[in-house]
Design a protein around this ligand. Structure first.
Ligand code: COA
Length: 260
C-alpha cells in the first residue's frame, strides 16, 4: 500500500514503520494517524511479518506531537472525539498488537510522539533524544493515553512532575527512569532495534502474543492479570509452536517455530 505520511519497509520478517513528515517534525495529523492504523492492519494480517520497528524520519524528531494546527480551534466535543478516536484507532491498537512493536526514538518524542512510543511494547533511544508531555503548556492534557502510560512506566510522582512542568527529559534520564531500555548513538539506533528484533524472532511469536496480552492485563480494570496468565499459559499448550519448542529442546536442536 502507498502512503503519503509514513514509510513501511518490509525486510524478511520485520516491518519498519517510519513516520515521514520531517518538515513538521513528524507531527501526527489526522491522515498520518489513519495511515498508521492502515499499516498496522496490513501488518497484522501479513503472516510473514513477526516484528514491527516504529521510528521517525530525519535526524531531529521521532514525533513532535499531535499536529497542533489541526486542533487549535476545536471545542469540547471535538476534543473528546479526537482523543477517543486516536486512542482506539492507533494507540490502543499498538499497545495490544499481538506482534512485538519496538519504538526507536531518534530525536524529539513529545506529546502524542511520546504517547506513540509509550504505546509500543518497549523503547530504545538515541542519545540526542528528548522526551516530554508538554500539553499543559498548551492548555490541554495528554489525550492519547499519556496520563496513564507514563505513570505506569515511570511511576506516578515522576509522571506528575513531567506533565505539570511540561518539560523535556534527555535520553539518559529516560533510561534511568526505565522509560527507555537502551540508549545508543543515532547511527547505531536502528542496528540495535534490528538486533533486538532478530533475537526476539528466534522465539515463538504466538507465545509472545499471549505474553503481551497477559502483561497488559496488569493495567486493565476488571481483568485479573494472574487469571489471564493462567488462561494464556493453557492456550500455549494447544499451539504448534509449543510442540516444536519442547520437541526441539528434547531433541537438542534449535526450534524452528511455525508461528501457529
Ligand atoms: N504540531 C504541528 N507542527 C509542528 C509540531 C506540532 N506538534 N511540532 C513541530 N511542528 C512544526 C513547526 O510548526 C515547524 O513548522 P514550520 O516550519 O512550517 O513553521 C516545523 O515543525 C519545525 O519546528 P520548529 O518549531 O521550527 O523546530 P524547533 O527546532 O525550533 O523546535 C520543538 C522543535 C520540538 C521544540 C518545537 O517544534 C515544539 O515545541 N513543537 C511542539 C511540541 C508540542 O507541544 N507537542 C505536543 C503537542 S500536543
Amino acid at each position: 500500500m502507498k502512503f503519503e505520511n509514513i514509510l513501511v519497509e518490509k525486510n524478511d520478517f520485520k516491518a519498519v514503520v517510519t513516520i515521514n513528515r520531517p518538515s513538521k517534525l513528524n507531527a501526527l495529523n489526522k491522515s498520518t494517524l489513519s495511515e498508521i492504523n492502515q499499516a498496522f492492519a496490513e501488518i497484522e494480517s501479513d503472516q510473514n511479518i513477526k516484528i514491527v520497528i516504529l521510528t521517525g524520519s530525519g535526524e531531529k524528531a521521532f514525533v513532535a506531537g499531535a499536529d497542533i494546527s489541526e486542533f487549535a480551534d476545536f471545542d469540547v466535543q471535538e476534543g473528546q472525539s479526537l482523543a477517543a478516536q486516536g486512542q482506539q484507532m492507533v494507540f490502543d491498537r499498538i499497545a495490544n498488537f499481538k506482534k512485538p512493536v519496538i519504538a526507536a526514538i531518534n530525536g524529539f518524542a513529545l506529546g502524542g510522539g511520546l504517547e506513540l512510543a509509550m504505546a509500543a511494547h518497549f523503547r530504545i533511544a538515541s542519545d540526542n533524544a528528548k522526551m516530554g508531555l508538554p500539553e499543559t503548556s498548551l492548555g490541554v492534557i495528554p489525550g492519547y493515553g499519556g496520563t496513564q502510560r507514563l505513570s505506569q512506566l515511570i511511576g506516578k510522582g515522576r509522571a506528575m512532575e513531567m506533565i505539570m512542568t511540561a518539560g523535556m527529559i534527555d535520553a539518559k534520564t529516560a533510561h534511568s527512569y526505565g522509560l527507555v531500555n537502551h540508549v545508543t548513538s543515532p547511527e547505531e539506533l536502528l542496528d540495535l532495534a534490528n538486533s533486538l528484533a532478530d533475537k526476539i524472532a528466534k522465539n515463538s511469536i504466538v507465545a509472545i502474543g499471549f505474553a503481551i496480552e497477559a502483561i497488559n492485563a496488569n493495567d486493565e480494570d476488571g481483568i485479573n492479570g494472574f487469571e489471564k496468565e493462567i488462561e494464556n499459559f493453557g492456550k500455549s499448550f494447544g499451539t504448534e509452536d509449543f510442540k516444536e519448542g519442547t520437541s526441539a529442546f528434547l531433541e537438542k536442536r534449535k526450534a524452528n517455530f511455525p508461528n501457529r
